[in-house]
Design a protein around this ligand. Structure first.
Ligand SMILES: [Zn+2]
Length: 115
């Protein structure tokens, strides 16, 4: 990714931190994520890379584009529900950014042509 939006970069940092907390507490991982969490994180990164909102991305929770597949969405939700509150203590700045994102209005995407 040559020109990655800072907004997307921060989003990745947030999900990285959340996965670390979750994996450490649930899978006993230490330095690196377990295989399962690595797969999930890789998936989340790919979704972020192709997020149609880019810089104006809203918090995923309020996003109108449901880009995650059903199964993956459940996994990520579980991680976020667990790690969200814990992020406040460990990564207050990232959490603050995320709270601000939630206040942002979800932008409208230009209508896509259906083929
Ligand atoms: Zn794990």
């Amino acid at each position: 990714m040559a020109s990655e939006h800072p907004r997307i970069q921060r989003e990745k940092k947030t999900i990285n931190a959340m996965m670390r907390i979750y994996c450490r507490d649930h899978h006993g991982s230490n330095k690196a994520l377990c295989e399962e969490c690595t797969t999930l994180l890789g998936y989340a990164h790919r979704r972020l890379d192709s997020c149609p909102f880019h810089e104006r991305k809203p918090a995923c929770k309020y996003c109108t584009e449901h880009c995650y597949s059903r199964g993956m969405r459940e996994c990520v939700k579980t991680v976020m529900r667990y790690s969200g509150p814990r992020m406040l203590l460990r990564h207050p700045l990232l959490s603050l950014g995320h709270v601000l994102d939630k206040l942002r209005k979800v932008p409208e995407l230009p209508k896509r042509r259906r083929s």
